[in-house]
Design a protein around this ligand. Structure first.
Ligand code: SP5
Ligand code: ZN
Length: 363
């Protein structure tokens, strides 16, 4: 198994977030990536590769061009206009009947954010680009014939929509990788290497190239939005019921996709207190939906905020659950790209991530 890591994640280190009305140190911190990195080394998950540089094109395939231009310049424009140099964080959000485009340096953050937990500092854009490059490198490795790759993405991505940041996310790493897999596969540039060395061949089906399974505790609202009207990408998410938990305004079971995408979006919202047994049973439902779709590749948005000790989640998974989750997903027999999303019980995060990867690789 190959893992992709970049030190550039540390360029993103905002001093605060606003959570439930409290200005607090961010749960999403550089220490998270450091502890996962250390656990990968301890578990001898090697080699740890640096990301390749893909340039802006594969990101533009998913994100709005004006949003990207905003992200790149937001911090310097904000500071020049008198915003708090500690971090960009809007005072007003564009919502419902008050959603006119406004492009001033103090207004634009509210046009391109949906919450107050995605502060932008000087290094945020570069860190987010490095995370997207890590995800894209993992996708390229699958296209080159690897069966399993892990991208240590930080900042995470699954809350970022085509033109919105939020929930610690700026660029949707999983969506960018999924779109890249799909386009490269459809282009025919990729050799049909797969059937030769596959233990369980998957029917080549260019119409249904990619499924995304999101096992972060929170609903992957950004990923859902990006592919909502698309029938060529299946999105399946297991998460805390948005009726009680962030992101509140998406992630309900009746969101099943629209237009060509109707039926290609599956949300499985869950009650508080979900334990290993309950989670594994629900995971089987998600896996059955993916098997039905018969994709060529799997992108796994892997969050570990489902862990019992997580400070912002209310599930109760034990460390032992993650290898079992990995093993069940591996039974799909699909080339799998694992993208790091959330997980805020920092001391346990490394072992939980390594455990999932151990299960996925059949170790
Ligand atoms: C990538 C990811 O996991 N992002 C999560 C962002 C969550 N931000 C807001 C959470 C609000 C939670 N309220 C928690 C109450 C804790 N007792
Ligand atoms: Zn999460």
């Amino acid at each position: 198994m190959l893992a992709i890591c970049s030190a550039d994640h540390a360029l993103h280190d905002p001093p605060h977030e606003l959570l439930d009305g409290r200005l607090i140190p961010p749960y999403e911190s550089p220490a998270r990536a450091a502890i996962v990195h250390a656990a990968l080394e301890r578990a001898a998950i090697e080699p740890l590769l640096p990301p390749r540089a893909f340039g802006p094109e594969p990101i533009r395939a998913v994100h709005d061009a004006r949003y990207l231009a905003y992200l790149e310049r937001a911090y310097e424009r904000w500071v020049a206009a008198g915003g708090n140099p500690a971090a960009v964080l809007p005072s007003a959000l564009a919502v419902r009947w008050m959603s006119r485009r406004a492009s001033g340096p103090l207004a634009e953050p509210g046009y391109y954010s949906y919450d107050l937990s995605a502060p932008i500092v000087a290094g945020t854009y570069r860190a987010a680009r490095a995370a997207a490059d890590a995800a894209l490198t993992g996708a390229a490795l699958l296209l080159e014939g690897q069966r399993l790759a892990y991208a240590l993405c930080r900042p995470p991505g699954h809350h970022a929509g085509s033109d919105l940041c939020g929930g610690y996310c700026y660029l949707n790493n999983a969506a960018i990788a999924a779109e890249y897999l799909l386009r490269e596969w459809a282009s025919g540039r990729v050799r049909e290497w797969a059937t030769a060395d596959q233990t369980r061949p998957v029917a080549p089906s260019p119409r249904r190239p990619v499924a995304i399974l999101d096992i972060d505790y929170h609903h992957g609202n950004g990923t859902q939005q990006i592919f909502y009207e698309r029938g060529d990408v299946l999105f399946v998410s297991i998460h805390a019921d948005p009726a009680r938990e962030y992101p509140y305004f998406a992630g309900y079971a009746d969101e099943r996709g629209a237009g060509a995408g109707l039926g290609a979006n599956l949300n499985i919202p869950l009650e508080a207190g979900v334990d290993d047994t309950r989670y594994l049973a629900v995971l089987d439902t998600a896996i059955a939906a993916i098997a039905d779709f018969a994709p060529r590749f799997l992108v796994l948005s892997a969050g570990f905020d489902t862990f019992d000790g997580d400070p912002i989640g209310d599930f109760a998974l034990m460390a032992d659950a993650y290898p079992l989750i990995g093993r069940r997903i591996a039974m799909l027999g699909l080339p799998t790209l694992v993208i790091q999303e959330g997980g805020y019980a920092v001391a346990a995060l490394g072992e939980n991530a390594a455990g999932l990867l151990r299960g996925l690789s059949g170790m």
